[in-house]
Design a protein around this ligand. Structure first.
Ligand code: AMP
Length: 215
């Protein structure tokens, strides 16, 4: 399947994307994961992105389109892809539309995950992420803790609270989302591609998406 996952930080895009990869072999493409990997590796991209990320601001569109232009042409995208955290602005959505037309790729839909603000705030402050950039498994100290405290179940690396998950950065990220990303919901509605799911349970979201795409 070829999907865009829309939703505020903490809406569950990453968790839903990971569950969907097991359905038909589609790959999860998370611009946040790619950028965090680049910051950790100290690449040119990472150096350019780091300050924006730490402050809860968006990284400039040109950098993101540079990443995605290459990523979507990699062979593992042929089975399908789940775009998690991209596009994040109207210019990115327009550039993506142009890119997909050029590559002859047709999107199935853009799924908007609608979750109440209190749930989002609670999730983001209790979320923990594996520090290994090749893993980046997601945990939650309340609802999905690691088996051994502070250690990733999957790869054994330390599990940390992200730099941009302080209260200040979270509030900035939510503000940025409302201002720059929320308008994408009407963009994809006009494109005739929007599916909105009102659910706080990832399993319910996954079941609704599977039914809609006929899997
Ligand atoms: P995420 O893991 O999706 O919450 O992304 C973490 C941070 O990476 C965001 O707060 C932004 O600073 C940056 N980022 C990720 N995806 C994008 C994007 N599509 N456009 C601009 N910045 C992005």
């Amino acid at each position: 399947m070829k999907l865009i996952l829309l939703g505020a930080p903490g809406a569950g895009k990453g968790t839903v994307a990971k569950l969907l990869t097991a359905v038909d072999g589609s790959v999860q493409i998370s611009t946040g994961d790619i950028l965090r990997g680049a910051v950790q590796a100290g690449t040119e991209l990472g150096k350019k992105a780091e300050a924006f990320m730490k402050a809860g601001d968006l990284v400039p569109d040109e950098l993101i389109m540079g990443i995605m232009g290459d990523r979507l042409q990699e062979p593992d995208c042929e089975k399908g892809f789940l775009l998690d955290g991209f596009p994040r602005t109207i210019p990115q959505a327009e550039a993506l539309k142009e890119l997909l037309t050029k590559l002859g790729i047709k999107l199935d839909m853009a799924v908007s995950l609608d979750v109440p603000r209190e749930v989002i705030l609670d999730r983001l402050t209790t979320r923990r992420t594996c520090s290994n950039s090749d893993c980046q498994a997601i945990y939650n100290v309340k609802s999905n803790p690691t088996k051994v405290e502070g250690i990733c179940d999957k790869c054994g690396s330390p599990v940390i609270q992200r730099d941009d998950e302080t209260e200040e950065a979270i509030s900035k990220r939510l503000e940025t989302y409302n201002e720059k990303t929320a308008p994408l919901v009407s963009f994809y509605e006009k494109e005739g591609l929007l599916m909105s799911v009102n659910a706080t349970s990832s399993d319910v979201v996954v079941a609704a998406i599977k039914e809609k795409v006929g899997l």
